[in-house]
Structures are given as C-alpha cells and as structure tokens.
Design a protein around this ligand. Structure first.
Ligand code: CUA
Length: 382
C-alpha cells in the first residue's frame, strides 16, 4: 500500500509546476511585434482602448472578489470544538439584490463603449479617398488586387502576401477565398475577419505611422486552413502618400523579358515550368501580356479572376517570399527552388491544376544551373 509520504513529493512537484508555469510562459511574450497591444492605427487603437478598459475593471473586480473570498476563508475558518453550522444567507433579499445590481451596472457601463466600438470597427469604408483592395485567400498565400490602379494593358495591380498601404488612408479590403475558410488578421491594425469561399467579407485598415518600429506590420491567417496554416503570414507596409504612389507606378510597370545571359536561360525554364501556376505581366516586342494560368471564381454571384500561385512580376522587389515567411535572399531562394516542401509544409502531390486546386509548389527536380538562372531572372524583376 502506498503511504501518504510517497504522494507528497509528487503533489509538491505538481504545485511547483502550476506556480512556475505562468512565470516561465510569461517570459515567452517578450516584445513580439505581432501584438494587438501595440496598435499603429485608429482602428487598432479603438480595440486596444476597449481591451484596457475591460482589463482594468475586471482586475478591480477580481481583486475585490478574491480578497473577500480569502478574508472569509481565513476569518470564518472552522475552529477546534466549533461544530455549529455557519449562519445561512440564503433568501436574503437585500444581499441578492446587491450582488445582482452591481454586475448589471458594470456590464451596462461596459456595454456602451463596446457596442459603439463594434460599430466603428465593422463599418465598411466608403468614399472617393478609400483605397480598394480585393483580397483572395488561398492555401497557403494571400492575393491582393488593387482595383483602383490599372496598368497600360487594362489589368489591375496584383501582388501577393505583402500589402502596401498609404498612411492615414482608409483601405477597404473586400475579401473572399479560393478554397477553404481563412481569416485575415494584422493585430496592430485591425481585428480578425473570416475569408470565406463564395462569400464576401470586408475589413477596414488604417495605419498612421509609416516609420513604426517592427515595420512592416506582421499578420497571420487566424483560421485553421490545413497543413501550412501556421505559415500563412502577411506583411503590411505603410508608406507616405508619395512613396505609395511611387510603389504603385513601379508595380504597374511590366517585367522585361530578358534576351541574353543567365536571366534569359532562366526565362526559358520559367515559361516551361513556373507559368503553369504563377503569373507575370511581361513586356516584349509584341507589347504587354499576361503569362500564366488563372481561374474564375464565383464570389457571391460575381465572377472574379484569381491566380493559382503568386504573381511574380515584381518578385525581386519583395522583402520576403513563401507567404512572407522567408527573407528574399539568394540562399533562401536556392533552397526553395531545390525543394519547396523542405521550407514550408505543403501537399503538392495533391495538386489538381486543371480544377484550380493547388496545395503547394512541387519539386521540379531543377538542376543547379537552372536554379541559378531562375534566381538571376527573379532578382532582376524588381
Ligand atoms: Cu489560411 Cu489558416
């Protein structure tokens, strides 16, 4: 039979763990940039202010209730020889009213700013000054179409995973999904909003600090969407109005088809392999054209064009790649092209290109020369 003394060290260890765990986990918080507690725009600030208000009131209530509880446990503890039942308060109308009315008053006081905040945060941005961006969630990347900005070929500006917005401007994201439910979340700028296939949801972003630390603002898909969900990131770059306009002009410029050197060899591989899923807008002697496969999505009865994989026209200008997960360096790119699934969990063996179902970039068995040439091509497309 186990004696009581055998169990005690276990219990002590368990209590030690329960006490130590929150302290140890608190160390993980650090100064993570992906936080809603360090907002960089008015919508993020509205959410943060509400959080602070609720936190302060909840802390006061917690301290009063727990303090009262501990005091009662200590003050009215069972004493030796005292076997009387404590005085019962059941049915005391005054007390029942008191502890019903106090929470009602607290919740009513909190309800007003919270409901007002919900309406503010959920309002769809309207007006001539609003930047319109169509967001399409994919397994596992984000497609951004700036419908207000159209190139010489009549096609709107399309980019992936890195969203550029001007400071102090309302940006209306009109969102849908090409496959499963995702959720768009950039904690410093706004709350989460689901991105649902066959439906349209909206989210307003406003950022007011182009020189913010930890910029670009990181975000994360917040709805489990399969294998690479945890890697489905997003970055939001905030620019001054002038810098944003420069970026738009640059993005609307088509890529040049290289005619000699490594980049030209790379383009040969690119047009034979990559364009099965990726898109690029190129300019050559025949004029401007789109290269690559797209599919048409039916979103709430509206036909939308969507690409199977990110647009690469300005790949060289991006800071990151693979859903904004890896810094866009030569080494990372070489590793990625050698076998993408080594860097990001995907299921390319289940790709069904004909039906627009893409679950990742396959390993095309590229030679070292082909990889070098492709890097030369992509780095040149700035
Ligand atoms: Cu997309 Cu999780």
């Amino acid at each position: 039979m186990k004696s009581r003394t055998d169990a005690t060290p276990h219990r002590r260890r368990l209590i030690g763990l329960v006490v130590a765990l929150p302290l140890v986990l608190a160390a993980c918080s650090g100064s993570g940039p992906q936080t809603a507690l360090n907002p960089e725009g008015p919508i993020g600030r509205t959410i943060d202010d509400l959080w602070e208000l609720v936190f302060v009131i909840a802390t006061i209530v917690f301290v009063i209730v727990q303090g009262g509880l501990l005091y009662a446990i200590w003050r009215f503890r069972a004493r030796k020889g005292d076997d009387q039942e404590p005085k019962q308060l059941y049915g005391n109308i005054k007390l029942e009213l008191l502890w019903t009315i106090i929470p009602v008053v607290i919740l009513a006081a909190l309800g007003y700013p919270i409901i007002k905040g919900i309406f503010e945060v959920r309002a769809i941005a309207e007006g001539d000054d609003v930047i319109q961006v169509q967001v399409t969630g994919h397994q596992w990347w984000w497609e951004f179409t700036y419908t207000d900005f159209v190139g010489d070929d009549g096609e709107p500006l399309v980019t992936a995973n890195e969203l550029f917005i001007p400071e102090d401007r309302r940006v209306n994201l009109t969102m849908s999904s090409a496959d499963v439910i995702h959720s768009f979340w950039v904690p410093k700028l706004a709350g989460k909003r689901d991105v649902v296939p066959g439906r349209v949801t909206n989210l307003t972003l406003i950022a007011d600090n182009p020189t913010a630390a930890d910029s670009p603002h990181p975000g994360q898909c917040a709805e489990f969407c399969g294998l690479a969900h945890a890697d489905m990131r997003v970055k939001v770059h905030v620019r001054t109005e002038a810098d944003f306009n420069d970026w738009v002009a640059e993005q609307l410029t088509p890529a040049i088809v290289p005619t000699d050197g490594a980049a030209a060899a790379g383009y040969e591989t690119f047009s034979g392999t990559c364009v099965a899923c990726h898109r690029v807008t190129v300019s050559d002697s025949d004029g401007i054209s789109q290269v690559g496969e797209f599919r048409t999505l039916d979103v709430d009865g509206v036909e939308c064009t969507s690409w199977l994989a990110p647009d690469l026209t300005h790949f060289g200008s991006r800071d990151f790649f693979a859903v904004a997960t890896f810094e866009n360096t030569r080494e990372h790119l070489a590793d990625w092209l050698a076998n993408p699934s080594d860097l990001k969990p995907m299921r390319p063996e289940l790709n069904d290109t004909a039906n627009g179902r893409i679950l990742g970039m396959p390993d095309f068995g590229l030679s070292d020369d082909q990889i070098d040439n492709l890097i030369a091509l992509l780095e040149g497309w700035e």
